[in-house]
Design a protein around this ligand. Structure first.
Ligand code: RTP
Ligand code: MG
Length: 138
């Protein structure tokens, strides 16, 4: 059986702040394998498909705008329980209260903007991972 895979994104705030290397370091230090990696200027079509579950929510438009503001690093990572493991490395959604020791907790904060700029995304289930990997590594 091949190892589980997930989609990890270093969002535009992480790339702009020069944190891509630090985030990759944490993924590798945890022991996950980098299978594929690309720099993507995400267009609206890709982002609408990626964030379809959030359409209509108050943060949806600011989220699409934020995710269009610069390049994103898309990563295909693999390892046993990598989906759950990366979500744990990332920390909870709000970077202000994400636990210290996590990516969001150590490196993120509230910038007073309309959407939480929280540095990374990680697929939340095997079904999401399959769907999102197909979108970002089409
Ligand atoms: P992600 O999907 O990016 O890994 O993050 P998540 O599961 O922790 O968060 P989710 O609820 O799926 O929301 C997706 C992204 O939308 C932005 N967000 N902003 N109230 C807000 O300002 C707000 N709520 C969500 C964040 O960038 C979040 O990661
Ligand atoms: Mg999510």
């Amino acid at each position: 059986m091949s190892a589980e895979e997930t989609l990890i994104l270093v969002k535009p705030d992480g790339v702009a702040r020069g944190l891509t290397g630090e985030i990759l370091r944490r993924i590798e230090a945890k022991g996950y394998t980098l299978v594929d990696l690309r720099l993507v200027d995400a267009d609206r079509e890709l982002l609408a498909a990626h964030y379809a579950e959030h359409e209509g929510k108050p943060f949806y438009e600011p989220l699409i705008e934020f995710m269009s503001s610069g390049p994103t690093v898309a990563i295909r990572a693999a390892g046993e329980r990598v989906i759950e493991g990366f979500r744990s490395l990332a920390g909870t959604t709000d970077p202000t209260t994400a636990a210290p020791g996590t990516i969001r907790g150590d490196l993120g904060r509230d910038w007073g903007l309309k959407v939480q700029q929280n540095l990374v995304h990680g697929s939340d289930s095997p079904e999401s991972a399959e769907r999102e990997l197909a979108l970002w590594f089409a």
